[in-house]
Structures are given as C-alpha cells and as structure tokens.
Ligand binder design. Structure first.
Ligand code: BTN
Length: 273
C-alpha cells in the first residue's frame, strides 16, 4: 500500500521527457526504457555485443535480476529508485577502465548534492555513501582484448524514494535521498543531472585530463583516514586509508607502518576508530 502511494508521488520516468531534456547529449541518442527487466547491465551488454552505439542508455523502473559487485544482488522495489546503465566505447587501455567508475561516482555524488542537498560521498571503489550508510552503487562491466577496450557498461543503482530499512534482505546499513531529507525527489531530474555531469566528465577524461578527477575523488572519499579491512579473496588486509593514487588504487598504511596498494577488494570500514 505504502509503495503505491510513493509511486503516485514520484511518477514513472518519461523517456520522451528525458530525451528532450538531454537535448544533444550522447545519452539522448539511443534510450531504451523498461517497466521491468532482468538487469539493465545485462541488456546493455547484449546491445553492446550486437553493435549498439556509444551513449546507449538503459533505464528500468524495476529489475528482477539486479546485480551488485562480487556476485551480489541489487535489491530495489519498482518505481521508487534509479536503475540505469550506460554503454561507453572509450579509446583507453583496459587498465584504465576504473577511471569510468571514478567519474560515474563523482557525477552521482555531485548530482545528488546539487538536487537534494544531501552530502553524498564515495566509498572506494564504487559505493555512494551518506555518513555510514549506502545510498547507491556502481557496477562496471567491460569487454576488452589485451590492448583495446571493446565496450564498458556502467550501471548505477541509487536509492531515491525508498526507505531501505523496510527490507531485511539488504546486507549493509542503507539509506535513500528520502530517508536523508524527508522529501520525495524526482528520479527523472536526478537521472538527467547525473547524465549531464557524466557526459561532461567523460569528455574531459577522453581528452586525457585525469588529474582533476583524482583530486575530486580523494576529496569525496569517505574512508580516508579510516581504519579498513579489505577482503581480497585469498588475502585480507587491515590498515588506515591514506589516499587513492593515480592508478585508482587504495593506499593503506598497515599496522607496522608499511604501505600497501590495493587494486580491488571488499572494504569494511571501522567508523569508530
Ligand atoms: C554494488 O553496489 O555492488 C553495485 C550495484 C549496482 C546496481 C545497478 S542497478 C542498475 C544496474 N543494473 C544492475 O543489474 N546493476 C546495476
């Protein structure tokens, strides 16, 4: 019942309006909108394999197979949150793909702040956090040969008009823009703002100017100076986060004072220490 009322308060996304508002944007050229779909990332990857152009945008109101990082599920009720993926065909080496997650996270945090005033931050490598709670996540998937990227799909899930404490399946402390502000937000406006910011940053990145993004990523990073535990599968590591370096790695000072760079892993934060 409550979900019905929320759906009325935030109308379904109107793809025609999104296209019009985006104007000449690369993301307005091939927009695919679904009421319900398995996973927008999977749709984008299938379209990529059949030659869809850069900028293809997949938006869904609901997913039945929403995917998170490390094989996890992404849980979201329908018509209350933002669920979308963009297809990019960047001319970069495979080891630079992380920079696309980086600019997507910056675009999300910036757009959320601009439209709702919520101080969204980035939890390396791909989470959007407010204080100690997760507001959104990014799943980047790509296909590449040794020296060339064929495509990159960047999928974003953002809790907008949903109070995640309603659900038991959510594994981590979660929040939403509604929970943070007490107000419903237009998912459509947020989508457009993120895409505009992302396009601007993508063009800057493709010109080779990555420097300003590292600075911004570090500024927005909510785990700097925090003690973290990183699960890297075969190995676990504990230490204090110093910074994110130019390769996108998390630089950690371990208990003995020695520094180690972490390129991937699942990060648990000890917020109190
Ligand atoms: C994470 O935090 O682990 C990443 C979550 C990414 C979720 C989004 S929702 C839209 C897109 N489609 C998916 O199946 N996943 C991403």
């Amino acid at each position: 019942m409550e979900a019905d009322i929320r759906a009325l308060l935030d109308l379904p996304i109107d793809p025609g309006t999104v296209k019009r508002t985006l104007g000449r944007s690369m993301f307005a050229k091939n927009l695919c909108y679904f009421g319900c779909v398995g996973s927008t990332n999977d749709v984008a990857k299938n379209l990529a394999a059949s030659g869809a152009p850069e900028g293809t945008l997949i938006v869904a109101e609901e997913q039945t197979q929403g995917k998170g990082r490390l094989g996890r599920r992404w849980i979201s009720p329908g018509y209350v949150n933002l669920l979308f993926s963009v297809l990019l065909r960047p001319n970069i080496l495979p080891d630079r793909v992380f920079s696309l997650t980086m600019i997507a996270a910056i675009a999300c945090a910036d757009a959320i702040r601009t439209l709702s005033g919520v101080h969204a931050k980035i939890k390396w490598p791909n989470d959007i956090y407010v204080e100690r709670r997760k507001l959104g996540g990014i799943l980047t998937e790509f296909k590449a040969s040794v020296e060339k990227v064929d495509y990159v799909v960047v999928g974003l899930g953002i809790n907008v008009n949903w109070s995640p404490e309603d659900r038991d399946e959510v594994l981590y402390p979660a929040t939403s823009i509604l929970a943070e502000t007490g107000r419903y937000s237009s998912r459509q406006d947020l989508l457009v703002q993120i895409l505009k910011d992302l396009e601007t940053d993508y063009k800057i990145l493709m010109r080779g100017d990555v420097e300003s993004f590292y600075k911004r990523w570090n500024e927005l990073c909510c785990i700097r100076d925090r003690v973290v535990q990183v699960d890297m599968g075969e190995k676990e590591l504990k230490g204090r986060v110093l910074r994110i370096d130019r390769d996108g790695a998390l630089v950690i000072r371990k208990q003995g004072g020695e520094q180690e760079r972490v390129l991937w892993g699942d990060v648990s934060v000890q917020w109190e220490v």
